[in-house]
Design a protein around this ligand. Structure first.
Ligand SMILES: NC(=O)c1ccc[n+]([C@@H]2O[C@H](COP(=O)([O-])OP(=O)(O)OC[C@H]3O[C@@H](n4cnc5c(N)ncnc54)[C@H](O)[C@@H]3O)[C@@H](O)[C@H]2O)c1
Length: 252
């Protein structure tokens, strides 16, 4: 249904979880995808090989390193000369409690803000001027239900980083809509991936599912399908919006 033929899409964190299923969905819809991965080349190659027409380029960057996003964007552009859609999907969720030692707390806050928010902002900073020269482009930032509902005490930094992602996305939509730049946030609740697995192990599946009226954890396909729709550019006036994917566990 969604046709992404002719579109070049850069997605961060494409070698696992939501990122991998999104890459598969985008390529199936006709897009050429630049798949960014953190450090596991084998995993990234496996994703690439799982896709028949192989419209995929692989790029490594550690987004916990300051300014790594800038190099990533330049490297991505060198593949194709242009990018139509940026999907900021990479993210981390380390645990840090107020009872932990200060250095654990500090490290968790700094790394989480760097990967989940600053690297996202840096990539948007690269993308916006590029999109302006091409009469527009699309930014899709993966936030979280935690941005609105808050999170458990050991993930306050995570919730704060995702709140920042929502505010950043809205600001871009308002500030650069006139230049044809569209910006959307996607806010999943629990999605069955490696990231959610740790929380499920700590709290149990019943705890996770009991406030989800749909009764189960979302599959990554639900998120990937929403991303593919937003990447299509079929609803420009929805710019600035956040799409919730949480089985009605938090209805705003
Ligand atoms: N799974 C969930 O329940 C859930 C819920 C809400 C939001 N999200 C968000 O969805 C996005 C994807 O998460 P996921 O569930 O697929 O988890 P995941 O752990 O499978 O994927 C996270 C991705 O981020 C990449 N990444 C982590 N640290 C990095 C670094 N330093 N440099 C570069 N890349 C790095 C990883 O390589 C991986 O590809 C994240 O932004 C996450 O916060 C997930």
């Amino acid at each position: 249904m969604i046709d992404l033929s002719g579109k070049v899409i850069l997605i961060t964190g494409g070698s696992s979880g939501i990122g991998t299923v999104t890459v598969q969905t985008l390529v199936k819809a006709g897009a050429e995808v630049i798949l960014h991965y953190a450090n596991n080349l084998e995993k990234a190659q496996a994703v690439s090989e799982s896709i028949e027409n192989n419209q995929i380029h692989l790029l490594q960057a550690d987004l916990s390193v300051e300014n790594a996003s800038v190099q990533l964007w330049q490297d991505a552009l060198s593949f194709t000369g242009n990018i139509d859609v940026l999907i900021n999907n990479a993210g981390i969720m380390p645990s840090a409690r107020i009872e932990d030692k200060l250095d654990i707390w500090n490290t968790a806050w700094k790394n989480t803000l760097q990967v989940n928010l600053i690297a996202v902002a840096d990539l948007c900073r690269e993308a916006i001027p590029h999109f302006k020269t091409r009469n527009g482009g699309i930014i899709i930032n993966i936030a979280s239900r935690a941005a609105f509902r808050g999170d458990t005490p050991e993930y306050m930094h995570y919730a704060a980083s995702k709140g920042g992602v929502v505010a950043l996305t809205r600001s871009i939509a308002r500030g650069f809509g006139n230049d044809g730049v569209l910006a959307y946030a996607v806010a999943p609740g629990f999605v069955r991936t490696e990231m959610a697995e740790k929380f499920i192990q700590d709290y149990g599946e019943d705890f996770v599912t009991r406030d989800i009226p749909l009764g189960k954890i979302a599959p990554p396909e639900d998120v990937a399908n929403v991303i593919a729709f937003l990447a299509s550019g079929l609803a420009p006036h929805a710019t600035g919006t956040t799409i919730d994917i949480n089985g009605a566990s938090y209805v705003r």
